[in-house]
Design a protein around this ligand. Sequence first.
Ligand code: HEM
Ligand SMILES: [Ca+2]
Length: 705
Amino acid sequence: NPASPVRDVVAHAVKISHFRTKSGGTTSNFGCPLRNVHQRQRPTDAASDRSMTTMMTAARILREEGFSLEDLQSEAVVSEFSRLLTDLPGCPNTTVMCNADDRFRSINGTCNNLNNPTWGMAGAAQRRLLPAAYDDGLNLPRSLGIDGKPLPFARKVSNAVHRGSQQLKSPKLTLQAFQFGQFLDHDLIITPLSNAVDDCCANNDDLDNCFNINFAEDDPYLARFKAGYCMEVPRSSGVNCKSPADATVNQRQQINDITSYIDASNVYGSSDERLSSLRDGTTPFLKVALGADGPRLPNGDDRTCRSDAANGIHCGLAGDVRVNVYPTLMSYHNVFMLEHNRLAQRLRRDIPNDEEAFQQTRKLLIGIMQKIVYDEFLPSFLSPEAMKKYQLSSSNMYKYDSKLDATIANPFGIAYRMGHSWIPTLVSVYTKDFKLFFQQFLNETFFDPTLTYIESVNGAPSGMKGLAYAMSALESSETDRTIEDVARNTLFVNPVADTSFDLASLNIQRGRDHGLPSYNEYRKYCGLSEVTSWSTSAALGGLVNHDADAIIKLEAAGYSSPKDIDLFPGALSEKPVPGGDLGPTMECIIGDQFHRAKFGDRFFYQNRGTGFNEAQQAAIQKYSLASLLCRNYQFDKVQFPNVFRLADPLKRCHDINDLDIGPFRPSTGGGDGGNDGHGDRGGGHEHHPRRTLNDIIDEIFEQQE
Ligand code: HEM
Ligand SMILES: [Ca+2]
């Protein structure tokens, strides 16, 4: 009877675990660079991570004692774990109560799907497309190939596949695509890291919590990565759950800490607490700080970036915790926050109730974000075939499908890192007429908001705006398997500690950490041919999706079988689908996720009941990111209608219409005549005798124009 030794065994494991992790828990800023990126949102997480470790240790002991994987799924074992380990992170429970009449989406994504209220919520386990391929079937990272030989080191794959000619420019995409791409990612997913141990390099063998990238040989490109160097990689936090792909097995699943819907959670946060830290009291506005060049993102905790408070350089605060990672990302957070306040200023005149005005503004901004994603961003790099297959264009008929789970797919979190290929070598600040003002190596600016503080004096652009001008003046890096050395060799470089990171290696390692099966398995999942041979003739014959060079590089990476290739390097090496920038496996994983984020979102802007009516939809569809940038950052001219497309002509902002706010007014439903882009700014105080900080800032803003 497998139940009888359970108590003893689990108790034993608990003891071992407490001994091992007694020092764990707190994270200090700039200790572990990756923890700074993936900052946790809940204070109790370290305890949950330790309980998870205990459970996994106990599971291993049980297996050594002859328990099968199936025994471990038994009610007796599962309930004993939950009894002893009160902090054991649970799978999302399904007892959330919903009100079907709620007019606005919840802040944490619950109750979007009324039959499955936890779908897409913040804190949900990521959705698997295929059963996990953990070494032990439960928890340990995928480290072995199909013949049982170890997979090549992630860094070795990175050197062979992702290193290449630097600074090749995309012939199609402006740098706006790169930055909006990351900003959008930060609306969709953040995978929290295990906090069970503080120092992963000192706990290299603790595979429950750490999966460092180790070097057994001299690295050919950087002395820093010498034999024995440990690139510190905490594992993603685990929850012990069943996945939809393999509903019979409880196994380690990864979490998404933010809402999976495109709901501007990067602007508003994914919890009430975060929203209330961002909102200006109970007014319809978001908080701002008063910068030298007008309102800007409010100040956050100065320990969350390389701040310099003595010189007025502060970290920013936004809906997503990664706002400070990189200055142009911050510039995007900033412009969407400003847009919220601009729209709120216009809407509040007709909506006297502050809460209603806030929610209506939020809903409108989300609609605008969705329009930009589906009609501007995705078609700038997905093939027409994928756009059609996944019905991504707003011109497709819309019908909400309550059977579609929009929860982020685990492999999407790896595949969508294709945007790392767009990362440029330099971060630039340009003037309004697209002349270079300042340039710096991108990796020198990580976690450093200084560039956003450049003041607009003596011909200088303001920092937030100048970063945005540069993104229209420049190209993204070419969409290919090459990742610039600023991210591949010197990501988060620390010359004092003599440490550095490689983003490509991390993407590969993270896929193995999550137990993602090989690239070949995803090809099969997507209905594509298998990768069966290294021979270039076979690659060119049977595998028309590969360029010959790619297959040689993948072989040189040291995989013993082509069936072992990891998802990220394999899918990023594919030959693009005609008319698009990505190969068929990327398009399959990314296309399906965006299909779900559209048709599986009950509050999608095109869903008439809960979204917008026809006139409102039409107004949103006429608006554009180009116009939004014009209004808030006072561009002179910008690519129009699609800022992501290099080929689109530069149009003067003066000639680009503002959003027609008329259809969003509750009573009139008529046009507002505000299409000159200026007409609707002033005089918004009649209905609101109390002047908010935003009113004052707005006045300053208007005086400057
Ligand atoms: C300055 C540019 C960028 C830097 C420095 C950067 C850095 C990072 C880092 C350090 C991680 C975590 C890696 C790990 O621990 O596994 C990450 C994750 C990720 N990145 Fe980037 N990235 C950048 C741009 C982009 C872009 C342009 C995109 C997409 C268009 C993107 C998509 C993603 C995605 C989807 C993840 C996974 C997020 C999660 O699950 O938590 N990133 N990035
Ligand atoms: Ca979201």
